[in-house]
Design a protein around this ligand. Structure first.
Ligand code: NAD
Length: 417
């Protein structure tokens, strides 16, 4: 059977091209911004616990660094590809620009299945990958952070590896670290907290009351599970949740705290009491007011977009909606808050973490959360205003703002030499 493979980089470039066209960017500027600036491919050996040596492939891509050092997460997954990393790097450039933080865009990834590796194998893989990409990363050049299947411990190993090479500690080389080694209060929850703020603000504009809204969330990792908790705390009725093993649904509502405990104890949501099992495909089409994709790319496509019931889609994941699905949502009057805005809370608090590490001066959690909320609300307002002025949707509004900022920086800096 033929499988439709949607290339995320082609999606990212198509989104950029549409914004560039509308902004009337010169052909030269379009050519510069369409391509990643640097792409590093590394093939490296890792000794496994049984004594065998296995080869792994990893990537680090920097899309654009005209507004500041490159910034972007590291993903460990069997599905990682160079084009996926390119797309994620480009989205990081626009994301940092849309929320106005002084970074460019980057992303990294290793093709591996971390669920099949022991902790010590994962540590050796991480340290060797960090060494291989150390020619690019550092506090002034390129600062990684967690993404799918990577976490604060993995960031800690990267920080330690870079520090060992230098002979002194360099906490600002990576963000999303444990607090004990220079991580920031509030970073673990930051992406989801941003999702909560954006959902609340978008609901207000759509005259939707949180306590009268049902929510479905795909993905129950860092972003999905904490978004579930924070939207539940906002008063929403969370009716559907899922992870890679499948979904659970209860039209009356799921007790999110119980789901969190269940997932922690059993390693998945499977078998959650008082909820019916659904597939991930069914989950996206469940009756609900708000749909939050928080897992991976290309989940909402031309195939299922016409059956989505939600009125509001909050893109907590990167690239969950294809351009074809976007058009369908647009035509159906469904509001989509784009990834480059909706999930920007993570990189915003990563920016706070980097600033705190450089200054060796740490802020209290309430300061982090207050500043995050200010930036998210301000950015949402600016994007909405732009989309109203330009009579377009929120994704195009966000792209128009972000691409113009990056193009301006690129223009001012000029073409070297
Ligand atoms: P994670 O590894 O913590 O969680 C991923 C979740 O998705 C897990 O519950 C996993 O079971 C589920 N999942 C994986 N494959 C799936 C599939 N095929 N169908 C359904 N569920 C599946 O990752 P995360 O950090 O929560 O990242 C999730 C998304 O959010 C990614 O798109 C990532 O790029 C984006 N994001 C993350 C951050 C961050 O700070 N961690 C910031 C911005 C954006």
């Amino acid at each position: 059977m033929a499988v439709d493979i949607i290339n995320p980089y082609a999606v990212a470039v198509a989104q950029f091209d549409a914004a560039a066209e509308r902004l009337g960017l010169s052909q030269a500027m379009r050519a510069i911004l369409r391509k990643p600036k640097r792409e590093l491919i590394v093939n490296f050996p890792v000794r496994m616990d049984n004594g065998d040596v296995e080869m792994f492939t990893g990537y680090r891509v920097q899309h654009n660094i005209n507004r500041g050092p490159a910034k972007g997460g590291i993903r460990f997954s069997p599905e990682v590809s160079l084009d996926e990393v390119r797309a994620l790097a480009m989205w990081m450039t626009w994301k940092c620009a849309v929320v106005g933080i002084p970074f460019g865009g980057a992303k990294g990834g290793v093709i591996c299945d971390p669920h099949k590796m022991s902790r010590s194998e994962l540590e050796r893989l991480t340290r060797r990958y960090a060494t291989e990409i150390s020619i690019l990363i550092g506090p002034n050049s390129d600062i990684p952070a967690p993404d799918m299947n990577t976490n604060p411990q993995i960031m800690g190993w990267i920080m330690d590896t870079i520090s060992m090479h230098q002979g002194y500690s360099i906490p600002a080389a990576v963000t999303g670290k444990p607090i004990a080694i220079g991580g920031s209060e509030g970073r673990l929850e930051a992406t989801a907290r941003g999702v909560q703020v954006i959902t609340r603000d978008a609901m207000l504009d759509l005259n939707m009351q949180p306590d009268k809204c049902s929510v479905v969330i795909q993905g129950f990792g860092n972003v999905g599970s904490i978004s579930a908790r924070l939207l539940y705390e906002l008063g929403c009725n969370v009716v559907g949740l899922s992870d890679i093993h499948g979904g659970v649904y209860n039209a009356q509502g799921i007790d999110v705290h119980r789901a969190l405990r269940h997932s922690k104890e059993h390693g998945s949501l499977k078998g959650l009491a008082d909820a019916e099992a659904v597939t991930n495909a069914e989950l996206l089409e469940l009756p609900c007011d708000v749909l939050v994709p928080a897992a991976l790319e290309n989940q909402l496509t031309g195939k299922n977009a016409s059956r989505v019931k939600a009125r509001l889609i909050i893109e907590a994941a990167n690239g969950p909606t294809t351009p074809e699905a976007d058009q369908i949502f647009n035509d159906r009057g469904i509001t989509v808050v784009p990834d480059i805005l909706a999930n920007a809370g993570g990189v915003t608090v990563s920016y706070f973490e980097w600033v705190q590490d450089l200054q060796r001066f740490f802020w209290a959690e309430h300061e982090i959360n207050d500043r995050l909320e200010t930036i998210m609300t301000r950015s949402y307002r600016a994007v909405r205003q732009k989309s109203i002025e330009q009579e377009t949707n929120l994704r195009m509004g966000a792209y128009l703002l972000a691409v113009a900022r990056v193009a301006e920086a690129t223009e001012i800096r000029g073409v070297y030499p």
